[in-house]
Design a protein around this ligand. Structure first.
Ligand SMILES: Cc1ncc(COP(=O)(O)O)c(C=O)c1O
Length: 423
C-alpha cells in the first residue's frame, strides 16, 4: 500500500494546477497555509503594479484616460472580469471600497425598514466588522440593535444550522445578512436554499463572501441573491488592503444608493460636475469615491490566474487538498489533543481546515518558528488553508509532519499560550 508521503508525491505529479506554483513568490522551505487571510504575491500581480506605477510616471493625470489600461473605468473592467467567479452577470459586479464599507453601502441601500418589518437576521458566529456595521445601520434608523438584530445561535459554538435561520424568518424580518463561509469553522452555508426561503417570505438576502470568493463557485445571479460583498486580499491574492468587490442583482439596478458619491455617477456625466446625482444604470452606482488605483493594480494580474484555471477546477483541488490534510491529521496526530471542527461533508466545507486545541496559540508560535505559517483565532483555533493555486500536496504532508514533530517533542511548551496583537 502507498504511504501518505507517496500519495502526496503522486498527486502533485498529476496535478493540472501544479504549474501555477512557480507564478508565486514562495520563500524556500516556507509552508504558507494562511492564504485565507492574505494571499501570496504573484509575479503577474507584481507586474501589473509596476505597470500602473509606470503609467503614473509617464502620464500623470492623463493616466485616468490613457496608457495600456486607463484608470477611469478600471473598477468596472475588473468587476466584469470577476463576475464569473461568483456566478454573476458582467454588469452585476464592481471592484470598489473595502468589505466593511461595502457592507455599509449595501445595508444603507437595501435596508428600508417599515413599522412592522424592521429586523435583520444575522448570527452569533459572524465576523465582528459585519456585526458592528449592522448595529450601526439599525441605530441610524433609530432602532435598538438588541431588538432589531436577530443573531441566530449556534448549538455547538462552531456551526449555524440553516433550519434555525429559516425558522427565524418571521413577518417582522426585512433583511438577512450572512457569510457564505464562516471565518472560524469554515462551514459553507446553503446560500441558494436560504435565499429561496427568504424570498418566499418577502425578505431580502445579502451575503459576505470573503471566505469563499476565489475558492468556491457561486451562482449569485441564478440564486437571486439580492447583494453580496467580498474582499480580494484572501484567496484572490490582491495584496494587503486590496480593493474589495460587491454584487447587486440586476433586478435591483436603479435602486438609489444609500451612500452616494461621484464615482457612482453615470461615467459619461460624472465630469459635468452637477449637484444633481445621476447614478450609473448598473452596479457601478454603488461606488462612492475615487478608486484606489494602486490597490486595484495587483488584481489585474492576479485575476488572470482565475480566468485561466476556472473556479470549478480550483474548488476541486481545494477539496482534495483539505481532504488529504484531514486524513493526515487523523492518521498522524492521534493522541495529541486536536479536534477537526470544520464540516467534513464537501457540501458544507469551505477552503480551510480548522483545528481546536487548548494550546492553539503556542502551537501556532512553534509552527511559525518551524517555517509553517498557520492562522490562529482566539481562544483555541488553528486554521490551515492549503491554496489550490500554490500549495502542493507535499507541502501539506510536510506541514503536518512538522506539526507532529512539534507535538512529539513538546516544543510548543516553550512559548506563551497567548495571541499576538495581530493574530
Ligand atoms: C468575513 C469578513 N468580513 C469582513 C471583514 C472585514 O474586511 P475589511 O477589513 O477589509 O473591511 C473580514 C476581514 O477579514 C472578513 O473576513
Amino acid at each position: 500500500m502507498r504511504t501518505m508521503k507517496e500519495l502526496a508525491l503522486q498527486m502533485d505529479q498529476t496535478d493540472p494546477l501544479a504549474c501555477y506554483r512557480d507564478e508565486f513568490y514562495i520563500k524556500e522551505k516556507l509552508l504558507y497555509l494562511n492564504g485565507n487571510s492574505l494571499g501570496l504575491m504573484s509575479k503577474r500581480a507584481e507586474s501589473t503594479v509596476l505597470e500602473v506605477l509606470d503609467s503614473w510616471k509617464q502620464y500623470g493625470i492623463d493616466g485616468w484616460t490613457q496608457g495600456k489600461r486607463e484608470w477611469y473605468t478600471l473598477s468596472e473592467k475588473l468587476g466584469r472580469k470577476m463576475a464569473e467567479l461568483v456566478g454573476a452577470k458582467p454588469n452585476e459586479v464592481i471592484v470598489t471600497g473595502s468589505t466593511t464599507v461595502n457592507i455599509h453601502q449595501l445595508i444603507a441601500s437595501f435596508y428600508q425598514p417599515q413599522a412592522r418589518r424592521y429586523k435583520i437576521i444575522t448570527d452569533t458566529l459572524n465576523f465582528p466588522s459585519d456585526i458592528y456595521a449592522l448595529q450601526s445601520q439599525v441605530k441610524l434608523h433609530g432602532y435598538d440593535p438588541e431588538d432589531a438584530l436577530i443573531q441566530i445561535e449556534s448549538h455547538d459554538g462552531l456551526l449555524i444550522e440553516e433550519a434555525d435561520i429559516i425558522a427565524a424568518m418571521e413577518d417582522d424580518v426585512a433583511l438577512i445578512f450572512l457569510p457564505s463561509v464562516y471565518y472560524r469553522s469554515g462551514q459553507l452555508i446553503d446560500v441558494a436554499g436560504i435565499t429561496r426561503e427568504a424570498h418566499k417570505r418577502g425578505i431580502k438576502v445579502g451575503i459576505d463572501a470573503c471566505h469563499s470568493a476565489g475558492v468556491i463557485p457561486h451562482a449569485f445571479h441564478d440564486w437571486h441573491v439580492d447583494f453580496a460583498v467580498w474582499c480580494t486580499y484572501k484567496y484572490l491574492n490582491s495584496g494587503p488592503g486590496g480593493v474589495a468587490a460587491l454584487f447587486v442583482h440586476e433586478q435591483h439596478h436603479g435602486l438609489e444608493p444609500g451612500l452616494a458619491g461621484w464615482f457612482g455617477s453615470d461615467k459619461e456625466k460624472q465630469f459635468d460636475m452637477l449637484h444633481q446625482f445621476e447614478p450609473a444604470s448598473d452596479v457601478g452606482a454603488f461606488q462612492i469615491g475615487t478608486p484606489h488605483i494602486l490597490s486595484l493594480a495587483p488584481l489585474m494580474g492576479s485575476l488572470e490566474h482565475f480566468s485561466e484555471v476556472g473556479i470549478t477546477n480550483l474548488r476541486k483541488k481545494s477539496l482534495s487538498l483539505t481532504e488529504y490534510m484531514m486524513d493526515l491529521i487523523e492518521e498522524r496526530l492521534v493522541g495529541h489533543g486536536f479536534k477537526i471542527v470544520n464540516p467534513r461533508d464537501k457540501a458544507r466545507r469551505g477552503g480551510h481546515v480548522c483545528l481546536e486545541h487548548p494550546d492553539a496559540a503556542r502551537i501556532c508560535k512553534a509552527l511559525k518558528a518551524n517555517e509553517v505559517v498557520p492562522d490562529y483565532r482566539s481562544p483555541n483555533m488553528i486554521r490551515l488553508a492549503p491554496i489550490p493555486l500554490y500549495t502542493s500536496y507535499f507541502d501539506v504532508y510536510d506541514a503536518i509532519s512538522r506539526l507532529k514533530q512539534i507535538m512529539d517533542d513538546q516544543v510548543y511548551l516553550q512559548y506563551p499560550n497567548q495571541r499576538d496583537v495581530v493574530a
